[in-house]
Structures are given as structure tokens and as C-alpha cells.
Design a protein around this ligand. Structure first.
Ligand SMILES: [Zn+2]
Length: 157
């Protein structure tokens, strides 16, 4: 098979708005590439096996554009549709899932296509839960070490 054209998925599609409910194939591919997995809380179903969901429903004025689209597996999609959890997105592309008890879980796109907001969350802003836990434990250890050392240091001085 000969390659006749190569298309950069990022080009133009991130900002594209389509005046229809149906998500064009190229836009769906972009959203899957950006999200990597289901965007539901604690879910890791590969994006290839997910629905493309309008965060704000199309019939409630939600646009068919990547900023209003995310990948949801059928289970998470049903939980959202049934109102078990509600979603609010922010300008950086994070999904804030709100549960009836008021708790909130934030999920971020994690696919191979770099979404514009990801750069803001990279470096010191982007941290996995494990990294954060390790960092906090290291800080606590350091604090404990200092607390135990201080009296000795004082007695030496
Ligand atoms: Zn899911």
C-alpha cells in the first residue's frame, strides 16, 4: 500500500465546530487520541472502545467541537445519562465529575495527542495521584526527621 497523504490530526480539528450532532470521523479520532481512555472517574477503558459524548448535550446547546466532546465507555456514559454523576469541564480540558454526596473527581485527557491545556499541567502542575502521595510522604518523613533532630542540634549548640 502506498501512502498518498499524511494528515496531522491536530491541525484545525481542535478548534473545529460542526453544525450537526454526529461527530465527523476525523474529530472522533482526534478526541480519542487526546483522551486516551474513558474520561469517567477511575475508569481506564481504552478510548478506542468508548463512545464520543457531548459533555453539554447537543439538544441543550452543546456544540459538536472537541472542547465539548470526550470519550466515555458505555458504563460511564450510562451513569452520566442517568444523572448518577454530572460533569463540568474547565478551560484546561479537565472533567470535574460531581456526585450526589458533593464529592468531586477530576479526570484529565491522557492520550498521545497533546491537547493545548496539557502544557499548563505539565511540569510542576501535572502530577499523578501516586506521585503526589509519594511527595507528601517524603515531605512528612523530612518533617519528622527534622523534629527528631532539632533537640539534639540544640543541645550541641
Ligand atoms: Zn468508563
Amino acid at each position: 500500500m502506498n501512502v498518498t497523504s499524511i494528515r496531522n490530526l491536530r491541525e484545525g480539528i481542535a478548534e473545529q465546530i460542526v453544525d450537526a450532532y454526529v461527530v465527523p470521523a476525523a474529530m472522533a479520532a482526534y478526541v480519542r487520541g487526546r483522551d486516551g481512555t474513558c474520561r469517567g472517574p477511575g475508569c481506564s477503558i481504552p478510548a478506542a472502545n468508548c463512545d464520543i459524548d457531548h459533555r453539554i448535550p447537543f439538544d441543550e446547546g452543546g456544540l459538536t467541537t472537541p472542547a465539548n466532546l470526550h470519550t466515555l465507555c458505555r458504563t460511564c456514559h450510562n451513569r452520566k445519562t442517568d444523572g448518577v454523576m454530572k460533569v463540568i469541564m474547565d478551560a484546561q480540558g479537565a472533567d470535574h465529575w460531581i456526585f450526589p454526596d458533593g464529592s468531586v473527581v477530576v479526570t484529565l485527557p491522557d492520550g498521545p495527542i497533546v491537547w493545548p491545556g496539557k502544557r499548563m499541567l505539565d511540569g510542576r502542575w501535572r502530577q499523578s495521584w501516586e506521585e503526589r502521595t509519594m511527595q507528601r510522604r517524603a515531605l512528612r518523613r523530612e518533617e519528622n526527621r527534622r523534629e527528631h533532630q532539632e533537640p539534639r542540634e540544640r543541645s550541641i549548640a
